[in-house]
Design a protein around this ligand. Structure first.
Ligand code: PBG
Length: 320
């Protein structure tokens, strides 16, 4: 007789037969870096997350590593008067992210540094590419993305993560990395990045809301699932090493589809809006933060993700 409760009798047997396990090894915390010294700014829609100047970032990373954090995803925030129409600060050798990466690798050579390759935070209009005649020009953006990726690698980045959603950028970035002697730098490509309202708090953090229009001409339509497979296969063909799905929680079916249909490692980015919702609910004491976070992240894993990028990483490292 099949009685399923036999394997649910106590915690020990439940853990013995558990199919999915969260591991510290696969969690990645995003970090925001700003210019200046001794600065730690709060982000109102993301309680517990800060924008750090490089000196304080290093301090934060020390604590993060003590609790078992081994990898981080880094976003630079340039001074607002340095934003322009070509995003030049994104690939400047003394841009904020390049300085941060250099300092991190000097202090913590074994810490795994992943850098965001995109232009939205560096463009005066807030779009992820070069704007001409009120539209984002794909191919003119590629050469800048190539420069950004190479500048990150030169600063010491261990892996680049293009999040711009221009077509053919993985191919272009791969080619530029190879040409500059960085054939060993993996690319984690945002293969299925949806135009999503879940990015709201992040855009507050980066001050990167597009000043006209939206991102729907380059990010994916949330109604589409099969298209994610086309994007993922294309990125892998172009030379991506890891494919990423973003957001995560409302897109578990997409993660699962890519898990079934491709062999590459899959990263899931549980984005700012997902974090903000849980934080808000927890503050109101309407939900239990720890339990909801662990359940959510386990579900993302169960769907098929290998790596998980989440703003909860710092907390989860304490809980696991
Ligand atoms: C920029 C970028 C965004 C996020 C990561 N990289 C925002 C956007 O596309 O508007 C969102 C991350 C988050 O919400 O946590 N290309």
């Amino acid at each position: 007789m099949n009685r399923f409760r036999r394997l649910r009798k106590n915690e020990t047997i439940r853990r013995l037969v558990g199919e999915t396990r969260l591991s510290k090894d696969q969690l990645i915390q995003p970090f925001f870096v700003i210019e200046g010294r001794n600065r730690q700014e709060t982000i109102s829609s993301m309680p517990g997350i800060y924008r750090y100047s490089v000196d304080l970032l290093l301090k934060a990373l020390e604590g993060y590593q003590k609790s078992g954090g081994r990898a981080g995803l880094f976003f630079g925030i340039p001074l607002s008067h340095k934003k322009n129409l070509k995003g030049t600060q994104a690939y400047s050798p003394d841009g904020i992210i390049q300085k941060a990466v250099f300092a991190i690798k000097k202090e913590f050579p074994d810490f795994f540094v992943i850098t965001d390759v995109c232009l939205c935070g560096y463009m005066s209009h807030g779009h992820c590419g070069v704007v001409e005649k009120n539209r984002v020009d794909n191919d003119k953006t590629l050469s800048i993305l190539g420069k950004i990726a190479v500048s990150h690698a030169q600063a010491g980045s261990d892996m680049v993560a293009p999040s711009d959603m221009m077509d053919l950028r993985v191919h272009y970035i791969r080619q530029e990395l190879e040409r500059n002697g960085f054939q060993d730098i993996p690319i984690m490509s945002y293969a299925a990045k949806y135009a999503s309202s879940f990015y709201g708090p992040f855009r507050d953090a980066l001050d990167s809301t597009p000043q006209f229009g939206d991102r729907k001409t380059y990010q994916m339509d949330y109604a589409n699932r099969r298209e994610a497979l086309k994007e993922a296969r294309q990125d892998l063909k172009e030379g991506a090493d890891i494919i990423l799905v973003k957001p995560a929680l409302a897109y578990l079916d997409v993660i699962s589809l890519l898990r079934d249909q491709t062999a590459a490692p899959i990263a899931a980015y549980s984005v700012s809006g997902e974090y903000a919702m849980i934080k808000a609910g927890a503050r109101l004491k309407w939900i239990n933060e720890r339990d909801i976070v662990l359940e959510t992240l386990t579900a993302i894993k169960r769907a098929g993700a290998d790596l998980i990028i989440t703003y909860h990483t710092g907390d989860v490292l304490q809980w696991l």
